[in-house]
Design a protein around this ligand. Sequence first.
Ligand SMILES: [Zn+2]
Length: 324
Amino acid sequence: MIYAWHEAQWQQIAACGDNIPNAWLISGRRGIGKTAFARHLSSVLLCENPPKPFESCGVCASCRLNEQGLHPDFYELTPKKDEEDNAKKLLQIKIEEVREVIKNIHLTPLRGHRRVILIHPAEAMNVQAANALLKVLEEPSETVVFILVSHSKDRLLPIIKSRCRHFPLNMPTKTAAVEFLQQQKVPNAFEMLAFHGGSPLFEFDAELDDLRQQLLAVLSVPRMVAILDFAALFDRKKQPLSLFLEWFNKWLVDLIAALHGDDEEVLFYPQYAKKLTELANKLNFSNIFALYDQSIRLVPYGQHTLNVKLTVECLLIDYLKLTL
Ligand SMILES: [Zn+2]
C-alpha cells in the first residue's frame, strides 16, 4: 500500500516499465511513507503474475507470501533494538547482518525471478556494513534489486549513492496530512503536524507528549525551580538527550524566526507563536544564536550516556539567563 499523497509519484516510478535498476535510493523526510512506498515496490517486483507492468496481482503465491512477510526472496535490513531495549543506544545495521543477506545473492531466486533487498534507513549502516554492500553493488546480479530508503541521504557514502537510481519522495500537502491525522484520530492534528515539520507518520505517545508540553510550559515562562523540576522529571523518564535536544532546538528555531517579528514564521510550535514573539522582543539576537549553537553541538552526543539531567539543566539555565 502506498499513501494517497504518493500516488502521482508512483505513476512516475511505474513509467520505468522494464527498465529496472539494480539499486534504488528512495529518499525524503522522515515520516512521509518512504518505507511503505518501498515495500509496495518490492511486492510489485516479486509478483509472479503482474496484470500490468508495475502492478502486483495480490493473489499469486509470491504476493501472498509477501503479504505475510514470508517471501523467501525478500530480505529486509533494518537496525535491531538490542535486548535491553536501551533507548539511549544508537541503532546500527552491522556488517554481519549485511553479509548474512548478501551471502547467497548470486544463487537463483528461490521462488520467482528475482530477489529484493530492502535496507531502511540506509544511513543506519555503519562504515563496514556500507562497504560490504558496496562490493555487491559494484558487481550487480541481474536477479537482485536493492531498495535503499534514506531519511538523510547526505549521510550515505557518495559512491553508494552513485550506484543507485535516486527517487526522492515528496512531502504531503498540509491539507492532505492534517486530513490523514484526523482520520487516525491523532489529537491536536495541526499542532502535531507542525511539530513534526509537516510529516504525518509518527507514533503518538501520550506520555512523551505530556513531557514535551511540560517543557514548553517551562520555556514559555522560564523559572529556576521549574527548570530543576523538569530536568529531574526528564531524567526519571530515562529518555535520551537527543529527544530533549530535538524539542529544545525546535523552540530555539521558532524563537529565532519570531525575532524577525513575524509570528507566521513560527514552524514547530505555532500554538506558542504569541508567546515566542513576546519573548523574542526581550532577547538579544547573538545570545540566542550562541545558545542554539551550543545546543546543536550536543546533537552528536544525543545517544551517549553522558549525564542527561545535568546537560538539560545547563541548557535550560543558560536559556533562563537570556530571558532575565
Ligand atoms: Zn502476484
